[in-house]
Design a protein around this ligand. Structure first.
Ligand code: DLZ
Length: 151
């Protein structure tokens, strides 16, 4: 994991089937998160597939479907950037509370890689792109694997 205080986790993904569910808004940052998650799952030896959804609002329903269909865990990725209307709060809350409900209802892990940002630079800083301080795609993928191992 990256960032101050981040833990060292059990990231042995051998034999796990993991679905990355990624939103499509703010594609430079989102694609970087996807690339990091894919790299992390490959390094961990996990099987993985990628499903794209339109926006972060759609992450919960598709994550739930993937888990119900048999995936061991989901890595949910999205980028939500504050605009001039309250829409940011609604989409952020729908994604966050929706994914929380999914993980509790299914009893399966959701690695939470949804960035809620004031501006694009905050996302680039957390994207895992060269020179960035943090790598939230990697963090979400590692958390998904480590949580499967903790169950
Ligand atoms: C509508 C919308 C807006 C304004 N901003 C974002 C965003 O920053 N990040 C994101 O992932 N999705 C955004 N969306 C789209 C919604 O998540 C959703 O896809 C649409 O409201 C259609 O249901």
């Amino acid at each position: 994991m990256s960032g101050t205080g981040s833990p060292t986790l059990n990231v042995d993904g051998t034999g796990l089937d993991i679905v990355i569910v990624a939103a499509s808004w703010h594609e430079t940052i989102t694609n970087a998160l996807v690339d990091s998650a894919v790299r992390t799952l490959d390094e961990a030896g996990a099987n993985h597939t990628l499903v794209r959804v339109p926006g972060s609002f759609e992450l919960p329903v598709v994550s739930r479907a993937a888990l119900k269909a048999g995936a061991d865990a989901v890595v949910a990725l999205g980028v939500i950037i504050r605009g001039g209307t309250p829409h940011f709060e609604y989409v952020s809350d729908a994604a966050t509370s929706g994914l929380t409900q999914v993980t509790i209802d299914t009893g399966k892990p959701v690695g939470f890689g949804v960035l809620t940002l004031d501006d694009e630079q905050q996302g680039i800083d957390r994207s895992g792109l060269p020179g960035s301080k943090e790598d939230k795609g990697r963090e979400a993928a590692e958390a998904a694997i480590a949580t499967v191992r903790a169950l």
